[in-house]
Design a protein around this ligand. Structure first.
Ligand code: PBG
Length: 335
């Protein structure tokens, strides 16, 4: 059967439903709310310290006291959660990344401080070793520089247990080791942390969009010219994302994540439509930097492009979005 839209006209005029604000509102398919947003932030040592990140205009590394202030503001705007990323001083980085599971490490102290002062906001952490290794890789390496899977997983377990003990609500393994979701889940269950969620960075691509983040946490210099292609995924693949995500769900992941965001909207859509599990999009540092750079030049309308971008994740099927724009976006949404 052929379907001709010509014959419908003028009985059907799609523009009828676009003419007024109330009509547009009635037929709007996706909704973007502050509660959809997760705010990632960078924490550094000290008190009263804020250090701008040059490649992320508007983003600052904050000492714990100021991070607590940020948490208060985020909670007041209805943001659901924050994701903590520590800027580890060079002198505590090592080959075995021991600082990653230090109960009094910067990340763990930040978690306790925020949970104490602003218990209503959700707190998410990153399970990966790149802030703590001298070489900037997400895991333990062998003599050839290859990231060792099972040895790394053992460290990720210790790191995750220390985060759970510090009160984190959601652990986000961003390391891409095989089998780590099951290993972390089993360790959390055995330790009695049965309510601690896992948001698996299931489809994390070996992307060039992470550059500003690596500047922010100070791992870019450690990584040098090396890359993460032996564990992060090939940007050419999408079936592989489904495979990875299905494994992570079977291993006990509560949420799936796709990262980066905008260049991978198709992957978000596939994961949501085929697996029907909670999916989060990570609108990453390089995406933030591009938007801010264009806005700073007066080439785009920053606020409108920001909200349109965040809405695109919801339309693609994401349930939640990590974005460095979260606080500004929530303020706009709250009017
Ligand atoms: C660490 C990690 C990275 C990001 C989040 N967790 C960097 C990387 O994998 O190199 C990137 C986030 C961003 O670019 O905003 N494994």
């Amino acid at each position: 059967m052929t379907f001709s839209t010509d014959r419908q006209f003028p009985r059907t005029r799609p523009r009828r439903l676009r003419r007024t604000a109330f009509l547009r509102s009635m037929v709007r398919e996706s909704v973007l709310e502050p509660g959809d947003l997760i705010l990632p932030f960078f924490v550094q040592e000290g008190t009263g310290q804020r250090t701008p990140v040059p490649s992320m205009p508007g983003v600052e590394r904050l000492s714990i006291d100021l991070a607590v202030e940020l948490a208060r503001q985020a909670a007041a705007e209805g943001i659901s959660a924050m994701a903590v990323f520590p800027v580890t001083p060079g002198e505590v980085k090592s080959l075995d990344a021991a600082e990653a599971w230090n109960p009094d490490g910067l990340a763990q102290r930040t978690m306790r401080a925020i949970k104490d002062a602003v218990p209503e906001i959700g707190l998410m952490s990153d399970a990966a070793l790149d802030p703590f290794t001298t070489h900037g890789q997400d895991g333990i390496i062998d003599d050839a520089g290859y990231v060792l899977n099972d040895e790394t997983t053992q460290v990720l377990i210790q790191q995750s247990l220390s985060h759970a003990a510090a009160g984190v609500d959601i652990i986000g393994p961003s390391d891409m080791m095989d089998g780590r979701i099951a290993a972390i889940r089993d360790a959390l269950e055995s330790a009695g942390h049965i309510h601690t969620c896992i948001m698996s960075y299931a489809a994390k691509y070996a992307s060039a969009y992470y550059g500003p983040f690596r500047d922010a946490v100070g791992s870019a210099g450690n990584l040098g010219k090396a890359d993460k292609k032996t564990y992060q995924m090939d940007p050419a693949n999408s079936d592989e994302a489904l495979h990875e995500a299905a494994l992570d769900l079977a291993e006990g992941a509560d949420f799936l994540m796709v990262k980066p965001g905008l260049p991978y909207l198709d992957v978000i859509h596939r994961l949501k439509s085929e697996l029907k599990a909670p999916v989060t999009a990570y609108h990453v540092s390089g995406e933030y930097a591009m938007l801010e750079a264009a806005a700073a030049n007066g080439w785009i309308d920053r606020d409108r492009v920001m909200l349109e971008t965040l809405m695109s994740f919801k339309r693609a099927g994401a349930d939640a979005i990590l974005s460095y724009h979260a606080l500004d976006a929530a303020r706009l949404l709250n009017g």
